[in-house]
Unconditional design. Structure first.
Length: 150
């Protein structure tokens, strides 16, 4: 397969992977936080706020900031990151080795992976992904044997 087709395929895969990872690694308390923020903004615009609405806002606030919710969110986030990196790093290494890109193209591919994850909001993951792919790609290339004139 030509190098440009491989770059296009890497671009598509990294875009899908970065988008799906941004959804998968999203914090678990995000839904409650969004509900709280929308209710807060609705009540902020009202002239008179009923006691039921105030109570609902307080319940959401307590739910978000409860010790149990925070512990659960941290535990779930750690588990999600472990699962993600346990699958992601081997996939990058396999992809880098299997692609067998030349020197310049592997650098372009690493940059594309880096950019895809930056766009999805994962700067640290982008640095890890681009670097691992680049080194895996270079490790896969066979060293050129020098022929001696003997």
């Amino acid at each position: 397969m030509k190098q440009t087709y491989k770059l296009i395929l890497i671009t598509l895969i990294s875009a899908l992977f970065s988008y799906s990872s941004s959804i998968f690694l999203q914090e678990t308390s995000t839904a409650s936080m969004q509900e709280y923020e929308s209710l807060y903004h609705q009540l902020k615009q009202k002239q008179e706020i009923s006691s039921v609405e105030k109570e609902r806002l307080e319940q959401l606030f307590k739910k978000i900031n409860s010790a149990e919710n925070i512990k659960t969110a941290i535990t779930q986030d750690i588990i999600k990151h472990i699962i993600f990196f346990a699958l992601f790093i081997p996939a990058l290494i396999f992809g880098g080795r299997y692609a067998k890109l030349d020197k310049d193209t592997s650098l372009y591919a690493s940059g594309i992976i880096f950019l895809a994850f930056i766009i999805s909001g994962a700067v640290i993951i982008s640095a890890i992904a681009g670097t691992v792919f680049f080194f895996a790609s270079h490790a896969a290339r066979q060293p050129v044997k020098a022929t001696s004139p003997d």
